[in-house]
Design a protein around this ligand. Structure first.
Ligand code: 5RP
Length: 228
């Protein structure tokens, strides 16, 4: 096993210790949370279930024997999710992130925003001093591809359509490099203003509240008070 996989597993193992047994668990998508979901399997009988942000996570959760709730049902229940666990492609010192490497950014942002506490799980390669090395994923309605591409270029970016199946929402992903450095929150809002953009992978308005970083050992940190 490579070091990065071992670190993802260590972060996932630590995160399981934070799970509130009396509430549905909010879960994102990606290889780090896949490790987390597998480690929830022994707790399947002790928690009400999970709400997940992608069809990939849903499949893993069902295989793990977990009850999968829709977000609508989860929020209407008396065991609504409080904690949301997810990975990131980049996270900076103010706990703003770039997400969407796995194309699940829109549902991740919805579920994360519906939960009180976002716990981000990363291997230490995801820590950056400023966002922007990872190209920004933008989920776009297919018929708006040419227009959104032009608008992203106008903002100074270099957009590239991702060669991948459509997202769980039936849309395309455009990865944009060259948009930073800029205040992440301002850029998140500006990109969202382009008609045809469903959402973008900057998580600054809904940054992480807690961070689990796995390197030589596992660290657990809380978001700084003054950031975005
Ligand atoms: C998916 C995501 C993932 O959280 C992000 O890509 C990190 O993935 P991994 O845990 O596989 O490194 O945003 O849309």
């Amino acid at each position: 096993m490579d070091a990065k996989t071992a670190q993802k597993q260590a972060a996932a193992k630590f995160a399981v210790g934070l799970v509130a047994f009396d509430r549905i668990v909010g879960i994102g998508s990606g290889s780090t949370v896949a490790e987390f979901i597998k480690r929830l399997a022994p707790l399947a009988a002790n928690i009400p279930g999970v709400v997940v942000a992608s069809s990939a996570s849903e499949r893993i959760a069902l295989e793990a024997g977990l009850r999968v709730w829709s977000l609508n049902d989860a929020l209407a229940s008396d065991v609504a999710p409080k904690f949301y666990f997810d990975g990131a492609d980049e996270i900076e010192p103010g706990f703003a992130m770039i997400k969407g490497g796995g194309a699940a950014l829109t549902r991740e942002k919805i579920v994360a925003s519906a939960c009180e506490t976002f716990v981000c799980l990363v291997d230490e390669s995801k820590l950056v001093s400023a966002l922007g090395k990872f190209a920004l994923p933008v989920e776009v309605v297919p018929m708006a591809e040419a227009f959104v591409t032009r608008e992203l270029q106008r903002l100074g970016g270099s957009p590239k359509k991702r060669e991948a199946p459509l997202t769980d929402n039936g849309n395309i992903i455009i990865d944009v490099s060259g948009l930073f450095p800029i205040n992440p929150r301002a850029l998140e809002e500006e990109v969202n203003q382009i008609p045809g953009v469903l959402s973008n992978g900057i998580f600054a308005r809904r940054r992480a509240d807690q961070l689990i970083i796995a390197g030589a050992n596992v660290r657990h940190e809380y978001a700084p008070v003054s950031a975005w």
